[in-house]
Design a protein around this ligand. Structure first.
Ligand code: KIV
Ligand code: ZN
Length: 512
């Protein structure tokens, strides 16, 4: 039987470390459910000790998810590990992932510890974790830039303490495929007890080689777990992208010869959910999940594909879930049809009240837009007002005026802790006027570092999906809003970002 390649998804932990990608507990839970549907083997749900919010998110994911292993990151100390174990208490299958840096640079400059102290700390931490859970993963942070002899000593020691997975991160994305693959191979050959653990790769994409490096770690090095994120989300240039790894291994099974448990037809829905939740738009030419990934524009290609699909297609769009882009519902659709569609899309709303709110939003949208696509429904349920009625700021209504030669003007009504307020402003354009009207009331002082508009489903009848990224006192958050009127979508996105600025608590960074 072919070996299995374990897919370890870290969208909710390493992906979330991307500035602005922070998610609420409910958003994380929704994504975790979708990852379970996708049949991800391990979900790294967060870093429980980093903040109360992360602790609660890991805890609720651990309570809910049954089919995937739920994992929490923790630094190599007793407090972090205890917090991780506590958050994972109700997990059907829980894993603690503990890490400590092992490169000379990190040990000396960041940890200010000697190699012997790091070795001792790594051993003690795995021993401590092993007393709390059976499934313990260890990562030597900046492993790829670590001294090979030292790394062998650390890995041998932590396996002897009971670590069941050894993950070798290329934390800074410095590796190249052949060297990284060879590095993993050397470690596996040199560590005497290497066969007692599963080896894992964790690559960052700073040189655009995270997927290639991970595959080399698998093929040359013999790793059997890949750590990755949906859409390659992650700090700086991101992490290894799940959809690319999965489809490479599935499409080239002739070469890789590995089994993979992922149900690929949920890939596109998962990608859209992550993108709509975080506001990180997927580039159109992104492999597998980009809008153009299966679009043949040239006449020669179109002609070829019509005659025989495999002339230019190596994968089928529907196998990764692209057929989902069809008209699903309209003005006459009832609540049951809507509920069924939510279920088909993997969206589970917490309560009947949430379903009712979403359904009345759907009806409002259907009055304004004849064709409702799956993307519209996903955008609708990502809307703060559907799932998080307790938010500080929420949109009510807007009117704006813009005429050639006149200064654009907007008047907006929104709620602040349940109380309606009205604010007006002029601006360079209607969007600018609307956001200035909100800001002149709220006075957040936040700096806008990104504003982007994306058409959810192609045509001008489509809903606009707006991302607003705000920065304030070192915190960066993304707000997302959607509506057929992009001025309204922009205002919702701005209010959503303000909500996140209010609620996001300070947290410890994993690589801090
Ligand atoms: O990139 C990295 O080194 C990490 C570790 C914490 C596993 O994300
Ligand atoms: Zn990482």
């Amino acid at each position: 039987m072919a070996d299995k390649l374990i897919i370890f998804d870290t969208t909710l932990r390493d992906g979330e470390q991307s500035p602005g990608a922070s998610m609420t507990k409910d958003e994380k839970l929704r994504i975790a459910r979708q990852l379970e549907r996708l049949k991800v083997d391990v979900i790294e749900a967060g870093f429980a000790a980093s903040s109360n919010g992360d602790f609660e998110a890991v805890q609720s994911i651990a309570k809910t998810i049954k089919d995937s292993i739920v994992c929490s990151l923790s630094r190599a100390n007793d407090r972090d590990i205890s917090q991780a174990a506590l958050a994972l208490k109700s997990a059907q299958q829980g894993r603690i992932h503990t890490f400590i840096a092992t490169s000379a640079l990190h040990m000396e400059k960041k940890l200010r510890m000697t190699p012997e102290q790091v070795l001792e700390q790594a051993k003690l931490s795995v021993r401590f974790a092993k007393n709390l859970v059976a499934d313990v993963e260890f990562s030597p942070e900046d492993g790829y830039r670590s001294d090979e002899d030292f790394l062998c000593r650390v890995i041998e020691a932590v396996i002897a303490e009971g670590a069941t997975t050894i993950n070798v991160p290329d934390t800074v994305g410095y590796a190249v495929p052949e060297l990284y693959g060879q590095f993993i191979k050397n470690l596996r050959q040199r560590v005497p007890n290497s066969d007692k653990a599963i080896w894992s790769v964790h690559c960052h994409n700073d040189l655009g080689m995270a997927v290639a490096n991970s595959l080399a770690g698998v093929m040359i090095g013999g790793a059997r777990q890949v750590e990755c994120t949906i859409n390659g989300l992650g700090e700086r240039a991101g992490n290894c992208s799940l959809e690319e790894i999965v489809m490479a291994v599935k499409t080239r099974k002739d070469y890789y010869g590995l089994e993979i448990g992922i149900d690929a037809k949920h890939i596109v829905a998962t990608s859209k959910m992550v993108s709509q939740t975080t506001g990180f738009v997927v580039q159109p030419n992104k492999a597998v999940v980009g809008a153009n990934a299966f679009a043949h524009a040239s006449g020669i290609h179109q002609d070829g594909v019509l005659k025989a699909r495999d002339t230019y297609e190596i994968m089928r769009a529907e196998d990764v879930g692209w057929s989902a882009n069809k008209i699903v519902l309209g003005k006459l659709s009832g609540r049951n049809a809507f509920k069924q569609r939510l279920q088909d899309l993997g969206v589970q709303l917490e309560s009947e009240t949430d379903i009712n709110t979403a359904f009345s939003k759907f009806k409002e949208l259907a009055d304004r837009k004849s064709d409702i696509f799956d993307e519209d429904i996903l955008a609708l349920v990502s809307d703060d007002s559907v799932t998080q009625g307790q938010e500080q700021f929420s949109f009510v209504s807007l009117s704006q005026r813009s005429e050639t030669g006149e200064k654009p003007f907007a008047s907006i009504v929104f709620k602040v802790q349940g109380q309606e307020v009205k604010s007006e402003s002029e601006g360079n354009g209607p969007v600018d006027a609307s956001l200035k009207a909100i800001e002149s009331f709220v006075k957040s002082g936040a700096e806008m570092v990104l504003y982007s508009v994306n058409a959810i489903s192609g045509s001008t009848e489509s809903q606009g999906e707006v991302t607003v990224r705000l920065q304030n006192s070192g915190r960066v958050v993304n707000g997302v809003g959607s509506d057929p009127d992009i001025v309204v979508a922009s205002s919702k996105a701005y209010l959503s970002a303000l909500n996140k600025l209010q609620s996001k608590s300070d947290r410890v960074a994993a690589q801090g």
